[in-house]
Design a protein around this ligand. Structure first.
Ligand SMILES: Nc1ncnc2c1ncn2[C@@H]1O[C@H](COP(=O)(O)OP(=O)(O)O)[C@@H](O)[C@H]1O
Ligand SMILES: O=C(CO)[C@@H](O)[C@H](O)COP(=O)(O)O
Length: 474
């Protein structure tokens, strides 16, 4: 049996799966947590990767591996390959003003959408680089290379700084989230990088070489093939074997609505990110900053575990006794309200109960995702089926209430690590040159959950979330 491994270096943790390269059968897996916070020293990711590999029984017998990672994180390296400052993660909103300035400087959203498929928001790497140039000019001047989390880990698995900066690699799915790469032409837009860093030109800055899905980045010192890797959302699409019409809704730290498109997606409003997938297609995304933690914070407040939280939420009526929770805890990305905070609206003496609060958290989370789904529909992106994945999709309450809020059936694949699985499938591709068919990993026959639609819940949410819309962005 030939074994391959997949890594998901995500916001909260690092997960490793080891699978049979031929049919995708799970052999073993492990995970390790990442530190909290939106600014993280990348060395913690390496440490978590080592611990997750150990928890998965090591990789000595693995022929190939690939790394998928949280997107957009800014890893800036000096000319010796050392990290200049802790990485700013996708959910760090200090770069909100930088994003707005960059948008204006290029003449508005249109030129950005045309050049890169997306408009800068605080999450994108390009905005973080502008923040660096404005707030830490000394650090900005030292930048010799810019990498993303999966690029940096892939490089380290092969030897890291001893290989030199030119050995850095990435893939088009993750490159497409930088804000200085055009997924339609598969080329970096170096003048946008220079604009971000306030330099006349950025030709001297090393950007990771963009590999295709089947290409090898190299090998580990032990001789295992290292695949190109990808962004985490592209990794999930790879394991779900998504095709046009399939939509995934991931509830991790981020809430992500993703679809596959065979043509570039350019949303002139910038609300949908026109990213790339890991196979040569496109991966339009709608991303929220507040997903699984919307449930975590209320669950902690109520002092209950996952099971009891679900029982509370499922014991309350639709509409949560009039309570609406708008979950913009960390600001929001879709809609672009980086300075917003969350609100709990509609409290009455009769309605404010533990059960209603749990229900309002689940409904608020799902309504924010329904808004992102609506963007896809209004942009003409087909939504034939919706698959729920990510840690938050393990919640029974989320699974049962999602079809009511979305107004359509949802498919709930067996809970699993779909991002790491996608990376493992890519590793098998790099090993054999053929993308194996691993049907059954959420792509084959999947349980369908149905419920009576509750449009009144979404209406109340939209009215109350709309109160934020008039607030200034910054
Ligand atoms: N049964 C469950 N019910 C609700 N949330 C859950 C459950 N199991 C895990 N989670 C949540 O899932 C989140 C982690 O999901 P994950 O997809 O791994 O996130 P990320 O990819 O951002 O690191 C945590 O916030 C955790 O509390
Ligand atoms: O910003 C995005 C995608 O644009 C996020 O999806 C990150 O890629 C983080 O994902 P999770 O760690 O929440 O899964």
């Amino acid at each position: 049996m030939t074994l391959v491994a997949g890594v998901d270096s995500s916001t909260q943790s690092c997960k490793v799966v080891v699978r049979d390269a031929r049919d995708g059968r799970m052999v073993r897996h492990g995970s390790a947590s990442h530190p909290d916070g939106t600014e993280v020293d990348p060395r913690y990711w390496l440490d978590a990767l080592d611990r997750a590999i150990a928890a998965a029984g090591g990789l000595d017998d693995v022929a190939a591996l690939s790394v998928a990672g949280q997107q957009h994180g800014m890893v800036v390296l000096d000319d010796r390959g050392e990290v200049i400052r802790p990485a700013l993660l996708w959910n760090d909103t200090r770069s909100a003003q930088a994003a707005a300035s960059l948008t204006d400087e290029l003449g508005g959203k249109g030129p950005w959408v045309q050049a890169t498929g997306s408009v800068p928001v605080a999450s994108l790497t390009v905005s973080k680089l502008r923040w660096l140039a404005d707030h830490e000019p000394g650090n900005a001047r030292r930048v010799a290379a810019v990498a993303l989390p999966h690029d940096w880990l892939t490089w380290h698995l092969r030897g890291g700084p001893s290989l030199g900066l030119e050995a850095l690699t990435t893939d088009r799915s993750d490159a497409s989230g930088t804000g200085y790469f055009d997924p339609a032409t598969n080329r970096y837009e170096r003048e946008l990088l220079a604009l971000a860093l306030r330099r006349d030109e950025a030709d001297g800055i090393v950007l990771p070489r963009v590999l295709s899905g089947a290409e090898r980045a190299g090998t580990t010192p032990a001789g295992a093939v290292v695949g190109a890797g990808c962004g985490d959302n592209a990794g999930a699409a790879l394991s779900l074997q998504m095709t046009p019409g399939d939509v995934s809704v991931s509830i991790g730290t981020s809430g992500v609505v993703a679809a596959i498109s065979s043509t570039p997606v350019r949303d002139a409003t910038g609300a949908i990110n026109g990213f790339a997938d890991a196979t040569g297609n496109f991966l339009p995304l709608g991303v929220t900053l507040n997903a699984a933690q919307t449930l975590d914070v209320v669950r902690d407040l109520l002092g209950v575990g996952y099971e009891e939280f679900d029982a509370l939420a499922l014991g309350a009526p639709a509409g949560a006794g009039g309570l609406t929770l708008v979950p913009y805890y960390q600001g929001e990305r879709t809609p672009n309200l980086p300075r917003a905070t969350a609100s709990l609206v509609g409290m009455t003496l009769a309605g404010l109960s533990r059960a209603n609060l749990a229900r309002a958290a689940v409904e608020g989370l799902l309504c924010s995702l329904a808004d992102a789904l609506r963007l896809f529909v209004s942009h003409g992106i087909p939504v034939a089926s919706v698959r729920l994945i990510g840690g938050g999709a393990r919640s029974r309450a989320v699974q049962r209430i999602a079809p009511a809020v979305f107004g359509m059936d949802v498919l709930v694949p067996e809970p699993g690590e779909y991002v790491a699985d996608g990376a493992a499938r890519q590793a098998a591709w790099a090993l054999d040159g053929e993308l194996p068919d691993w049907l059954g990993l959420g792509g084959g026959s999947v349980p369908r959950v149905t419920a009576e639609p509750t449009p009144q819940v979404l209406d109340a949410y939209r009215e109350r979330a709309g109160l934020h819309a008039d607030r200034p962005l910054l």
